[in-house]
Design a protein around this ligand. Structure first.
Ligand code: DGJ
Length: 560
């Protein structure tokens, strides 16, 4: 070893020791502790049965989990796609069909199905809201408009959305959710099939920017709660930029009505609704956690370009209102984006923030999903990724992903292949998310011809080949030694290496081996040289699941 390698090795040992001490100090939870979030080195990770866990997930269609029978053929299919976790709805109407009478046979059947197939579950609580509407509330709630009022439009008409300003709605929702969590505690506390709970689904109000019911109007005219203004003052330097600008443009006041504090603009209606949905959801989550304290989160439908509050879900946990949700919903552990748009890196990056680990509960599937998953885990230390509609291998509504011909709907092969890779790599991915030595590159569209990332002393440049128009491409790099990396990719591409560090200026490829994971060990198979690595100039990655393998060990050297 030369002097530089010695120094790197020494540094690596010291860093590993420091992280081991830090991690062990934070991992005092017993082996049988509940699934929980834990800060481990650089990342906040989900810890299950004493070990960090990557959610290689998929969300089933909304109605699939209403039938245990229907799910019987779905579970093995998802396990074969190398998922380890299924995100599935549990509906209020299913567990409390008559007020005060609970039926958990559906929940028990789902737990059993998951257990038999060695899968975990993230429960999605479809309580008062699902996509802003209240279609999963039980009939006894839906039909009692006096007791359970709806969001009202400015012309006085009602909508099919329960009002977040109604304490009757909130208390009935909280009671049902608490019963569900108590049941999960009794049924699952020793098995830990259920890892996380999403509280409600894509809340917010449409088609206007706020609720105009009498209760809502009266709150809108009153003072912004001091708990919120105190939060803004305390966290002023770290507020999300849109919120900070609105508050500062209105004079950064510590008291006043909503329009006085945030200005007389549509965004203020959105912030007002965000506080209401946040404090409501907090009460639901707190009631559930009193029974069984699993980590909980809320998810957001994102904003199409140029949409105004009310055209998008006004009040949802969107990037510009994350601080409002943090202040109003301390019982929620984090907030998640449902990303069907092509600007995956932008949206995911807005949620992968200190104190907010990234879980993408809904996303495009297919080849695009495979690339996005690699980026989320490799670049943003995600705890989980989950294409929507995984049970039929479809994904977003066709118009959202720009597909006009249904036969072009992507299948699940790309996701299955990337999850297969990630399942094998997950101990290393988790270790590197915590200690450093992992990165990823994502090329999102035709115009983006190449992108680079620094890792160790090297720069990896991922370039779009001529025949790859528009395809989404990603590569994840894991550093295993000063000059050695494991690389996994999605999409047809090639990777070149360079350096901007002092020392010898040119980077050469010493070797590339395709690696297989067999019997718990990494085993090299073919040595890729000649045409297979462009005469030593590049690592080639392929979108198809080649029989010869998809994970590569690359060794580099430097020369002048
Ligand atoms: C977003 C919702 O959260 C899901 O439940 C589902 O309705 C999808 N949209 C459909 O694309």
């Amino acid at each position: 070893m030369n002097r530089k390698s010695n120094l790197f090795a020494l540094f690596a040992i010291v860093a590993a020791f420091a992280i081991a001490v830090a991690v062990s100090a934070q991992s005092s939870a017993p082996q049988n502790a509940l699934p929980h979030l834990e800060r481990r080195g650089n990342a906040t990770q989900l810890v299950v049965d004493g070990k960090p866990y990557l959610i290689l997930g998929g969300e089933v269609h909304n109605s699939s989990s209403s039938s245990v029978e229907y799910m019987k053929s779905v579970w093995p299919h998802l396990a074969a796609m190398h998922l380890n976790t299924v995100l599935l709805p549990v509906a209020w109407e299913t567990i409390e069909p008559r007020e005060g009478q609970f039926d958990f046979s559906n929940v028990d059947g789902l737990l059993e199905g998951a257990r038999e197939n060695n899968l975990k579950i993230v429960v999605l609580w479809f309580g008062a809201w699902k996509n802003t509407f209240s279609s999963y509330a039980p009939a006894w709630v839906k039909t009692d408009l006096d007791r359970f009022p709806r969001v009202q439009l400015s012309d006085g008409r009602g909508t099919e959305r329960l009002s977040p300003f109604s304490t009757n709605v909130r208390d009935a929702d909280a009671r049902a959710f608490a019963k569900l969590m108590a049941h999960l505690r009794d049924a699952d506390r020793n098995n830990h099939i259920v890892l996380l709970v999403q509280v409600e689904n894509e809340g917010g109000v449409i088609p206007e920017s706020r609720d105009h019911s009498a209760a809502a109007e009266s709150v809108f005219k009153s003072q912004v709660p001091s708990a919120l203004t105190a939060y803004l003052e305390k966290h002023r330097g770290a507020l999300e930029p849109e919120l900070r600008s609105a508050w500062e443009a209105a004079g950064a006041k510590s008291a006043g009505s909503w329009q006085e504090v945030f200005g007389a603009a549509p965004l203020t209606d959105d912030l007002f609704m965000a506080w209401q949905y946040a404090t409501y959801t907090d009460r639901i989550a707190a009631a559930g956690k009193t029974e069984y304290a699993l980590p909980m989160y809320a998810n957001a439908a994102l904003i199409r370009p140029n949409y105004q509050p009310g055209q998008y879900n006004s009040g949802g946990p969107l990037p510009h209102s994350l601080d409002i949700w943090r202040a109003g919903a301390p019982s929620l552990d984090f907030f998640s984006p449902d990303i069907y748009f092509n600007e995956f890196a932008y949206w995911a990056g807005r949620y992968a923030r200190p104190g907010n680990p990234l879980l993408v509960p809904e996303a495009q599937g297919g080849a695009a999903g495979a690339a996005n998953a690699l980026y989320a885990f490799g670049r943003l230390a995600a705890i989980g990724f989950s294409p929507f509609g995984i049970d039929d291998q479809g994904n977003a509504p066709l118009d959202l992903v720009g597909i006009t011909n249904p036969s072009e709907r992507p299948d699940g092969a790309a996701i299955a292949a990337v999850y297969d890779d990630l399942a094998k790599l997950s101990p290393l991915v988790l270790e590197k998310q915590s200690s450093g030595g992992i990165t990823a590159v994502l090329l999102e569209g035709e115009a983006q011809r190449s992108a680079r990332a620094n890792i160790g002393d090297y720069i990896a440049t991922v370039s779009r080949g001529s025949g790859t128009s528009g395809n989404r491409i990603a590569a994840t790099f894991l550093q295993t030694a000063p000059n050695e990396f494991l690389v996994v990719g999605a999409g047809d591409t090639q990777v070149t290496f360079s350096t901007d560090k002092p020392g010898l200026p040119i980077v050469g490829i010493e070797s590339i081996d395709e690696e297989f994971f067999e019997n718990g060990n990494w085993t090299p198979r073919r040595r890729l040289n000649g045409d297979e690595n462009s005469q030593g100039q590049a690592l080639k990655l392929y979108s198809t699941d080649l029989p010869q393998g998809r994970i590569y060990r690359v060794r580099l050297y430097r020369y002048r």
